[in-house]
Design a protein around this ligand. Structure first.
Ligand code: NAG
Ligand code: NAG
Ligand code: NAG
Ligand code: NAG
Ligand code: ZN
Length: 476
């Protein structure tokens, strides 16, 4: 008898855990903290919460890590991230990311094979709120006269708080999506001079504030560190105030002249495909003639996507920083005309975005991928992967693993490190084609550029190895 009731209790608990419903409500900071913790407890094998640090007012920038190997990068497995609520008053992204976390937990436990594959093959990081202070301000704010929430100028809580004790009134703080290092001007110059095309370093005057932006907010610095610490491959930054998917570059090459000029980055084709992976799978974003435009531009009739600068130029955006300072490709999603819609609409926003959120994550597995190893079969970190015809390289992660997002096709790809190079033909597909490289022995094909003597690559490799070592000591 006692035994059966124990079983019943265990059974009931099990059912309660498995079928815990998603509440389509707003989560303030207390509730966000609670729901993330509870979901991690429901799915302890695949979810854990970590923080990248605290906001100006002392709230944690929580991240839910989702992986079958928590706490560690698995060699060969790509890492993905979603960031929501960077503008504190743009809240749909924050909430659908909470629902997404709960949905993945439920479906994983229910044995959904698509979700299980995604979790087994990807390390996912979800930060529902990058600006938790702004959110609390926006939620508590009551406009003094005639609230017009769909008004573009509805800004209360958009910004993060100043950390220098300066008065913050909810309309005057740091715009986090104008607060990242402005690397576009640098790369536009390098395009003309054959300078670096990836991993650009942050200008010194960025840290104290310069003509382009205010000094970085604590939230900006924490997220920059986070972007540079993990081998992220793909990402999206969730906003509101329009409905579209926006891709790099965000700054016109002739800024401030022609501030709305289409500004191609070297991976324009890849970014268009990534953006369409989201918009075409979305309930309304690309439904031309069906979806009412938020304002005058009918983005649904251009597949729901836009180049950033073609829409309007901005400096210091997070998506261009991802692309120019790390290996990560990021787009910016605008998910609702109304930045802070009534709670009753949240369930529909979730329905409209669910499939798009999943299909976009699955894109992290497209293109080509593989390992760069030496002749002793050891992975080589920081080897450079170049694709002929695309002036933007990526680098290998700690274990020599790399991922290069590309639209399907055949490419000439070169891996190089320490003076060694190997060029191969690789085939990119929706399920990434594997293309491995071996360096450190005479390449199977002679390098097309310089026919250096055998001693040269060795010398170069020691110089570079020492440089890499010094660099790794200097890194924070
Ligand atoms: C957060 O939300 C919960 C649930 O709605 C509510 O009870 C609590 O008072 C809220 N906290 C703050 C600080 O607003
Ligand atoms: C709200 O803002 C929009 C866009 O600026 C404007 O067209 C509309 O008239 C405003 N509505 C009210 C009630 O003020
Ligand atoms: C915003 O902050 C700046 C200084 O950072 C100050 O000069 C300005 O008066 C403030 N504006 C408002 C509306 O508080
Ligand atoms: C790069 O070269 C083009 C063509 O000569 C020129 O128009 C442009 O201003 C140059 N850009 C920079 C940033 O130097
Ligand atoms: Zn925004």
């Amino acid at each position: 008898m006692a035994f059966t009731s124990v079983l019943t209790v265990v059974g009931l608990l099990f059912v309660a855990v498995v079928t815990a419903n998603i509440d389509y409500v707003y989560h303030n900071y207390t509730e966000l903290t609670r729901v993330l913790g509870e979901t991690a407890l429901q799915c302890p094998g695949i979810m854990q919460v970590y923080t990248v640090g605290t906001s100006v007012q002392g709230r944690e920038l929580w991240v839910m890590e989702i992986s079958d190997n928590l706490g560690d990068h698995e060699p060969g497995e790509p890492e993905f991230k979603y960031v929501g609520n960077m503008h504190g008053n743009e809240v749909v992204g924050r909430e659908i990311l909470v629902y997404l976390i709960q949905y993945i937990c439920q479906q994983y436990q229910a044995g959904d094979s698509r979700i299980r594959s995604l979790v087994h093959e990807t390390r996912i990081h979800i930060m529902p709120s990058m600006n938790p202070d702004g959110f609390e301000y926006a939620e508590a704010y009551t406009p003094p006269t005639n609230p017009n929430e769909t008004d573009w100028t509805y800004l209360a809580g958009r910004y993060s708080f100043f950390d220098n004790g300066e008065r913050y009134d909810g309309f005057n703080g740091t715009d986090l999506n104008r607060n990242f290092p402005e690397l576009n001007t640098l790369v536009y110059r390098y395009e003309n001079t054959s300078g670096p095309n990836h991993h650009l370093s942050v200008p010194d005057d960025f840290w104290t504030g310069n003509t382009v932006s205010l000094a970085p907010a604590p939230e900006t610095k924490l997220v920059m560190d986070w972007i540079l610490r993990y081998p992220f491959v793909l990402s999206a930054n969730l906003h509101g105030g329009e409905v579209l998917a926006n891709y790099p570059y965000d700054l016109s090459r002739t800024y401030p002249n022609n501030p709305t000029a289409y500004t191609r980055c070297p991976d324009d084709e890849v970014f268009r495909e990534l953006s369409k992976a989201y918009s075409l799978a979305h309930g309304t974003m690309a439904k031309c003639g069906v979806t009412q435009p938020c304002y005058t531009d009918d983005f649904a009739c251009q597949d729901g996507i836009t180049n950033g600068a073609a829409w309007y130029s901005t400096t210091g955006c997070m998506q261009d920083f991802n692309y120019l300072a790390s290996n990560c490709f990021e787009i910016t999603l605008e998910l609702s005309c109304n930045k802070f819609p009534p709670e009753a609409e949240l369930v529909q926003f979730w329905e409209d975005n669910r499939e798009a959120l999943l299909q976009y994550m699955e894109k992290v597995h497209s293109g080509i991928k593989g390992f760069v190893r030496d002749t002793n079969n050891n992975g080589i970190a920081d080897a450079v992967i170049s694709v002929r015809g695309i002036n933007h390289d990526v680098t290998t992660a700690r274990d020599g693993d790399y991922w290069r997002l590309l639209v399907p096709g055949t490419y000439r790809v070169t891996a190089s490190w320490g003076g060694w190079t190997q060029e191969k033909t690789c085939t990119a597909a929706n399920r990434a084609g594997v293309c491995d490289f071996v360096l450190g022995a005479p390449p199977t094909q002679p390098p097309s550029t310089s026919a250096a003597s055998p001693a040269m690559p060795l010398m170069w490799s020691s110089v570079l190895a020492i440089a890499a070592l010094v660099f790794s000591w200097l890194r924070p």
